[in-house]
Design a protein around this ligand. Sequence first.
Ligand code: BGC
Length: 561
Amino acid sequence: MPTVAAELQPHHQGDSPADEANWWRQAAVYQIYPRSFADSNGDGIGDLPGITAKVPYLKELGVDAVWLSPFYPSALADGGYDVDDYRAVDPKIGTLQDFDGMVAALHAVGIRVIVDIVPNHSSNRHAWFREALAAPKGSRARDRYHFRDGKGMNGELPPSDWVAAFGGPAWSRTPDGQWYLHTFTPEQPDWNWDNPEVRQDFLATLGFWSDRGVDGFRVDVANLLVKDLAEDLPSRAELELMDRDSGTHPLADRDEVHEIYAEWRKVFNEYQPPRFAVAEAWVESPVRRAKYASPEGLGQAFSFDLLVADFDAGQFRRIISANLEQVRLTGSTSTWVFSNHDVARHATRYGLEPLKGRKVKQGTEWVKAGGPRETLDIDGGIRRAKAATQFMLGLPGSAYLYQGEELGLHEVADIPADARQDPSFFRGAEWDGLGRDGCRVPLPWEPDGPSFGFGANGAHLPQPAWFADYAASSQDSDAGSTLAFYRKALALRRLLQAGESMVWIETGNADVLHFARPGGWHVLTNFGTEPVDLPRGEVLLSSVPLNNGRLPGEATAWIRV
Ligand code: BGC
């Protein structure tokens, strides 16, 4: 008997120039946080040769692309999102040669490479920031950042009372008395995008990595680059009252930012196939988001709507319909994501009471409380996460996965204060409290040994004892493991994806969503707890075993009808 997968023929061969240029439209993209993926030299920090060594694992997982969080030289004031040099590799992580080797190895197995570009701010160790500090007030070097005189008799007060994203003031004072703006930590001074040298330098960076063969870019806080810093700065209270949805807010999502991305697009289009980009832009509305996804701009924008939703049929349906409508207007495709390096893992969010209210905030609250394991429904969280992921992998558009979710990892909450790294922990960010280290703990590759096979010695963040139960090597040969489930789902998805449409099919049950994709691929998710009937057809995959042919609660099935 042939297996189901063998009977199916891929709908895309992916080798015509048009297919080549559109590879990203329905790609499954796996996010790697390089310092926590695999450590090849035993220094406790994941590195690029570590990624290269895991290429067979990534191939078997079945992803179309990887997105690497920053691997540039950095003092890690913000996990690498404080970049010292945009066109180099952190020596603790590898060399440019290692980078080339990694790209070649990934490309050899058909996996594309997306790198993270951080254009809102550099680090305070960047050569241009050092030059700015050494240069006098009003100099050309200072114009590349936002330097201002302070208020008060001697300029001893910051230019405004703005608060930085991870807590504390958004302005820091320099030894000569001026102040500079930083939306994030003081180690992350904001670039001045009105400065032509800054613009040129980023174009050079895009060319540098594109020439080295990267296929695309994930653009960090793409909505913040352009600022209107008028003579009289508004107060924090005034800022909060300002409309963030009009393109005229002084600090966020200003319309002029799209002029920058139009210039970037010209660089992307100089390559064959054109380089791809996806905007990280937490903007107010899908309409604003669509501007980043324009083909004249970055081309695609992250939708975090599912990530912040509850595990709830009604919410999922509304979000998906709204997002598909928006991408129809731009000609882009939607993106779906449940986990990344900034939020508590979705297995954990979905394992917390109340089970219908599993928003990101709730995961954060749980982490803040020290992550009491007795309040977490460990298996239930994984069950719901798998159901949600299988549902999402059935949707048209790109699916973004975060390292470790394929192992069913939960958030690590009990990291001692002196081992934590995230600035939002140390700076007491209002939106958080313990920070994002819990989803950045190095992966367990083996059930035992130093750092669970992450490297030959320890890991730069402490791994909990329970990681032993989630090791990739143990799941590898276990047909019932979460890893085996992800592999099957990704392999089938590749075969089943055809066209970019979907049609809702009414189920008459408010807890059950059902949609059909071209080619007779049906996706049915039961968000409730009672088993439900499936449409007639061949069940290709279900997130939990069926119960007498019926789909149990909190589960998804793919059916070929
Ligand atoms: C990244 C974060 C980072 C911030 C500042 C984000 O949105 O995803 O990890 O801390 O930008 O660069």
